[in-house]
Design a binder for this molecule. Sequence first.
Ligand SMILES: [Zn+2]
Length: 398
Amino acid sequence: MLQKLLLLLLLFQHCTCSSQEYKKLHEKALVVDTHNDVMISMLEGLDLAKDLTGKTHSDLNRFKRGGVDVQIFSIWSDERYEKGKGFNYANRQIDSLYAVVQRNPDKMMIVKTPQQLKEAVRQQKLGAMIGLEGGHMIEDNIDYLNRLYERGVRYMTLTWNNSTSWASSAKDEEVASTTGGGRVGAGLTPFGKQVVRRMNEMGMLVDLSHVGEKTFWDVIAVTTKPVIVSHSNVYTITPHRRNLKDEQIKAVAKNGGVIHLNYYSGFLDSNYEKRKAIFAAKHASEIDSLKQLKWQTFEIDFLMARRHPADMQALRPPLTALLDHLDYIVKLVGIDHVGLGSDFDGVESTPLQLDDVADMPKITKALVERGYKKSEIKKILGKNFLRIFRAAQANISN
Ligand SMILES: [Zn+2]
């Protein structure tokens, strides 16, 4: 009994010591988040410089409190913005990011190169980077891809849930495998390979979140530079089409790429969907009426989460769920291939303790408590991303 007490005391001392150190470590380290969807709310008239607590996961003050140095803002649209609309819609979102940067030059700056990233850190401003989520927004046009690069897009997620004419999505490949439907031969078409080569050439990272397995393997075969997986997790722990199987994780490591972990409860905890189904049954009539109004599933999820916060609270997994995915990747392929890609403002549920971007230091605390070394934690928080960003930007021709 006495031995047990002594052990507990030792553990307690270890934790308090660690918890004093984690804040310093988090403050000093380069902290990069590779996926945040708040820009879509900016189009609806919200101002990132205002306190948006209760409305969004993110705003400028909370990025500061969370010690976030670089945020890659996702420029997103669904399949409703395809031919004739997608490129324009993407540019409108980029316009609103530029506008918020212009209004807050003392707090943030646009980052297009690794040098500018360093400069943003030096000036203690939020480095705002751009990722395009959904290849349909280039409207099958390489010139549009070039123009988006010029505006600052530094990764493109080849597909969102919808496939493009040149790359199949995880969702569509799953539907095709269960129904036998979908585009014959899926994966990348010759034009899709041309898109990947052009991205390599000009210094835009190829993002493999959301793509189907066939597209994934085609990209791995074609790309000459490290890939990014901007917001996905481990399939073995949570078997969801948005997560990566062990062979894919190994392939990303071999390619020199980095998998950035998504905080969405549904990708972290395989029981989340079951709990959510019980929630949906309880509120069935309310959800049905929204469906009749032709609301999209994600729009319904967001509204329901806001309307029933107490019920939603009970659905959240513990923070350790995120750490379990991280440990798994580190054990499988080492410390150099994992980072953070929250998906804040793109998901209706995140683990307990991770309420918004201000909670990022809690991840550092948890990493310290799991016994990760300082040098390892720095890699996870941002150095791994900086490595692939530099690799993407090396030997470029525009
Ligand atoms: Zn996404």
